[in-house]
Design a protein around this ligand. Sequence first.
Ligand code: ASP
Length: 439
Amino acid sequence: MIKVAKFGGSSLADANQFKKVKDIILKDSNISATIVSAPGKRFSEDSKITDLLYLSYAHLKYSVEYEKMFANIEDRYFKIKKDLNLNIDLKKEFNIIKHKMKKGMNKDYLISRGEYLNGKLLAEYLGYDFIDAKDIIFFNFKGNINMEKTKKAIEKVFEYNSKVIIPGFYGSLPNGEIKVFSRGGSDITGAIVAKIINASVYENWTDVSGILMADPRIVDNPKRIDFITYNELRELSYMGANVLHSNAVAPVKEANIPINIRNTNDPSNQGTMIVQNSHEILEKYKSSPITGIAGKKNFSILSIYKYPMSEEANSLLTILDALKKYNINIEHISSGIDNFSLIIASEKLEKYLYEIIADVKKLCNSIEVKVVQDISLIAIVGRNMVHKPGTSGKLFAAMGNDNVNIRVISQNADELNIIIGVDNQDFEKCINVIYKNFV
Ligand code: ASP
């Protein structure tokens, strides 16, 4: 059994966290590749190293004093080195970076140093080999991963090593320059490595004990999700649950490798397993009707009425075509006989609202266009809802009993989720009512 373990910034924020990580890795001989983030926050007002690096770059670019801020970054690493009694020549490492900063360097090089140096520290602390991500993660000039080249390089590493530390978040371009993923991208590095070495599981260690059934800022002490499918996770993440970098799921999903979200501060907790839609798991967790609840505020409903729309073939097509030029994502569409409603994020719609209304009226000879604002969308996600009568009935009854007015409803035939739209002011209440009635 081979495992890939990725440790996020809060798991490696100081020497004390390094100790916990070392314990976890040494206790599990299956962990072969360990991917690290840059040091994160040690307490809530603290700064993440990556944020400080972005700021340092901005200061440097606009010729504002950056030395003090950069000295803070140096202090963080020197403190970890001292507390763990390491020998790494940090002075030399920082001299190289500072020299490049003076001479002019590419931005991503500087940003990536957070992960690079943390990887170096952890490699020495564990006595493992450090593999620089620039030598194994390759981008093409478009910024996409060159999978073939990356695969060859990673396979070569594992021909000679069985335990390695790899800094996450960056790789290199065809000309050798460093390129970083978008924020939170160490998750992607871990997923790519897990896929290539065909890991049995990709462990993603963070500071929460898995994915919760609802946002703990809204629901008091929500339960942990034990098992969730990739598809359910996609639904929950899209609706606001913040778990993994969205591009980290595809590589492991394709290879059918489960992701295990674990807590560095509570390693005996089994966390959440993200898996394919397997029959075995469906059977085991048949009893829970829903997997999770998530939601987002601030949508608008654009309702278009025209008589007799039902007798025309192309009304919807004409409207959607008209919206194309505004580059607006339509979240959901619901329809009546002579009308349909488009649900769109208010932020996107507001910018072009009057142009869109004028276009729609002109193109479609529409009689009336109405806009309802301040709508929240809430998704109830669950693989067990399929073919099970009563879920929506129970949901609507619960809403009625608690006096929450449902403005729109959307459910696909795959029954993986039911989405309801309520007034923004009912958002928190609605999530709590659903939780209370289903969990
Ligand atoms: N350190 C980077 C960030 O803060 C990448 C990561 O942690 O995954 O976004």
